[in-house]
Write a new protein. Structure first.
Length: 93
């Protein structure tokens, strides 16, 4: 299942990340060598190289990373979004 994620750009944090909040601010992110376009899905790694999660990158926003998934084996794809939306709808009912 992780085949798609192997090709994702990687963004590294410059400080230790000890939070479960889904937002990571720009000041905590090392500038990537080749800057992904805003909205690009990226793998996020800590200052020590340990994988943290997968999310959206936007180098133009104060919130540079928005973590979507913290299970490395789960790809964030159309099926992922469909499952999350279905779960949200079920919760509302």
């Amino acid at each position: 299942m992780a085949a798609m994620s192997d090709a994702l750009p990687t963004v590294r944090l410059r400080n230790a990340w000890r939070s479960n909040h889904p937002w990571i601010f720009q000041k905590l992110v090392d500038k990537p060598a080749s800057k992904p376009k805003p909205g690009t899905l990226v793998d996020i790694v800590g200052v020590d190289g340990e994988w943290i999660g997968r999310g959206f990158y936007n180098g133009h926003s104060r919130i540079a990373l928005r973590i979507l998934e913290t299970d490395r084996e789960v790809d964030v794809d159309a099926a992922w979004f469909a499952r999350r939306i279905a779960a949200a709808v079920a919760l509302r009912r």
